[in-house]
Design a protein around this ligand. Structure first.
Ligand code: GGG
Length: 364
């Protein structure tokens, strides 16, 4: 008999409600492992946070890459705290992790879970009309970190933010997006750019998209949208889309809109993937650290649980899909009950009550 796999998880709670929802996710993951019996989790918790930065002057140790690479996956809460400029907290932790761990894909599924209240009438009547996977390019574009400032604090202060787009970077994300679309029942892919106004990088996106599309002719139905028109289509014709691929910046914005259309940003998950599996992939809810409600026990842990379910799916390499599906069913049984919804979902339950309810559903 082969020993049961123990997945080594690097847990980075980070800031604000990231701490609240990471401990909730660990409680639920452990319940899932115990109930299933065929696998276990072993966690290393890293105190990489803005609070730690303010005390000691750094987020991550110099050997952080080696430390993370000892793990099978990274579970991340949230980053950002009022006393630290956001560009520092992002560039001291989350963005270097995505870049150096080769997590060039960020998958952001959105659908309307039971019990959520979408703000658009069409979706209130037909929630199934919103069922999207947003594939976010996760390593390039405006997030490449290129640019500079000159003339300091003078009236001539000048700053450049250089968006980097490479053929290799675009081709690999397009291929991932087409494969994702191909595996879904509707087999539809919408590619988003702003290639009318941004005439270099975005035009390269269009070109590579149509090149890769040739390989999927007759297999995946595809179309192209400008990002501004895309926001309108997401609101007015949600049923017309399935898989969406966009740049780092565009997809970051579109996925927040998608989550709001689905009823709450508190439910939305994300998977930062290294499809080559040479580095650990990272799983995090898309919401931020919400300092105003941090530590109050009222944060919605559903986005964190959904992210954890995606982590289980990824770790299982196809072997744990049924377990991940069971986990998702447990989450939806809980969101479907008005007694166990948080405030953003129209309820009054706290993080603890929702967490315990999901654990009970898993144990049933
Ligand atoms: N849990 C996600 C989080 O902390 N997000 C903060 C944020 O602004 N991230 C930027 C990004 O996802 O690109």
């Amino acid at each position: 008999m082969s020993p049961k796999p123990t997945y080594r998880i690097a847990a980075i709670p980070g800031d604000g409600i990231g701490v609240d929802i990471t401990s909730a996710a660990i409680q639920v993951l452990d319940t899932l492992a115990t109930a299933n019996g065929a696998f276990a989790f072993k966690y290393t918790t890293f105190d990489w946070s803005s609070k730690a930065y303010l005390e000691r002057g750094w987020y991550m140790q110099p050997d952080w890459e080696a430390q993370l690479k000892k793990h099978d996956a990274i579970y991340f809460g949230a980053v950002g705290w009022p006393d630290v400029p956001d560009h520092i907290s992002l560039w001291q932790m989350i963005l270097p992790i995505r870049q150096r761990m080769n997590q060039y894909v960020n998958v952001r599924p959105t659908r309307i879970l039971k019990g959520t209240h979408p703000p658009v009438a069409q979706l209130q009547q037909k929630p199934a009309d919103l069922d999207w996977i947003i594939v976010r390019e996760n390593s390039e574009g405006e997030y490449a970190g290129q640019g500079g400032t000159t003339h300091g604090h003078t009236a001539h202060a000048t700053a450049t933010e250089v968006a980097i787009f490479t053929y290799v970077g675009i081709e690999r994300i397009m291929r991932f997006a087409f494969e994702t679309a191909k595996a879904r029942p509707r087999r539809k892919l919408t590619m988003v750019t702003k290639s009318n106004a941004q005439r270099h990088g975005m035009v390269l996106w269009d070109k590579v998209f149509y090149e890769v599309a040739k390989e999927y002719e007759g297999v995946v139905e595809y179309d192209k949208m400008l990002v501004d028109a895309m926001t309108v289509r997401m609101v007015n014709r949600p049923e017309s889309m399935d898989t969406i691929v966009a740049t780092n910046l565009h997809a970051d914005i579109l996925s927040d809109l998608a989550a709001a259309l689905a009823g709450s940003i508190g439910i939305a998950p994300s998977s930062n993937l290294d499809p080559t599996r040479s580095c650990p992939s990272m799983f995090e809810p898309i919401h931020g650290s919400a300092p105003d409600i941090a530590g109050k026990g009222i944060a919605n842990p559903v986005g964190a649980f959904w992210s954890a379910a995606e982590m289980v799916r990824w770790l299982g390499k196809g072997e744990l899909d049924a377990v991940a599906d069971q986990f998702m069913q447990a989450i939806e049984n809980v969101t479907g009950n008005p007694e166990t919804r948080t405030k953003d979902m129209g309820g009054s339950a706290g993080t603890k009550a929702v967490t315990e309810a999901v654990c009970r559903e898993i144990e049933r």
